[in-house]
Design a protein around this ligand. Sequence first.
Ligand SMILES: Cc1cc2nc3c(=O)[nH]c(=O)nc-3n(C[C@H](O)[C@H](O)[C@H](O)COP(=O)(O)O)c2cc1C
Length: 378
Amino acid sequence: MDLDRRFPAISDLAARARRRIPHFVWEFLDSGTGGENTLRRNREKLDEIRLAQPVLLGEVAPDLETAFLGQRWSVPFGIAPVGMSGLVWPDAERLLARLARAQDLPYCLSTVAAQPPETVGPLTGGRGWFQLYPPRDARIRADMLARVGASGFDTLVLTVDVPVASRRERQTRGGLTQPPKLTPRLAWQVAACPAWALGMARHGMPRMRLIDSYADTRTALPSTAHAGYLLRTAPDWDYLDELRREWPGKLIVKGVLRGEDARRLREAGVDAVWVSNHAGRQFDAAPASIEALPAVRAAVGPEFPLIADSGICGGLDILRAIALGADFVMLGRAWLYGLGALGARGAAHVADILRADMIANMGQMALGRPAEVRDRRL
Ligand SMILES: Cc1cc2nc3c(=O)[nH]c(=O)nc-3n(C[C@H](O)[C@H](O)[C@H](O)COP(=O)(O)O)c2cc1C
């Protein structure tokens, strides 16, 4: 099948995924919080960005290879952490980690994924990223970090934009509870999605396996209740200092929207800042990530490594984010749309779409390298 003919854009994959993933799971993946203003704004503000096309520059041969934090990647984009991605598509974490390695792009595993670091780290070739929701207890944190490092992750991503749980009304309306409970309504939705249901039957009901492994150390709470106890503290600057001392690898802080915070993070010794509003899932009055990016870039200076995400739907969006100050761009939902549509080859097709769209748009702007797009800002 010629995938590009049937699914030329990520939205085509999303449309098919929507039919193949039970509705309550789709709502978990696809929704924002509140009135979904931030979710929409991410898209609107990306669409507003115009870029210049100088003419008569001759032929260019776009090259996407990108150096970032001491590594070379084949492209300037990667896979953002998605909690419980194993619920969205069976075995998503391992499928995406393998894809990332095969395509030479970074994969970031979430603390609250359905796989623990030990089953995913070895698939990343020693250059995986691990996203940390900060454990409250220092001994649990030390143990987690040791496990993460020993599993082959060289980069830690501390997420700071989830100080408390958000309301996610659409997700609630969809019927997803914690822990998931299979009501007749949900069972009907599952029955309508046989590929998903068969995969789940084969891999077992997903659960937060890393969190589960600490479920008995402090309390007798069951796993999902324990996650609330164990994690989701609102860390402070002292916590960051401790983490910086404890983690010997690269440290990125994710979920930053203010220049002032980014500058202080740089001074605190983090290796990169990740500009994100969590795809509009946390705070419905947040600026679009892409709007926040220029001020963050201005605050940290031209050389400091910056990542951006939230609302990226194609190669042109990646170029827009780079134009406004990002060095690297991550996507969350797009990869799950690919998996939901066509399994592993759907996720691989997402990478193909992004690559082809970057190259087509770089050709329009006569760019040999993605970073040159900074000169094309209008
Ligand atoms: C279903 C879902 C679960 C997520 N879980 C996490 C998580 O566990 N940790 C985290 O740092 N970010 C999480 N995120 C945010 C993503 O890492 C990323 O910031 C966001 O999805 C980027 O926007 P995009 O989906 O528009 O590409 C999640 C996003 C989604 C859609």
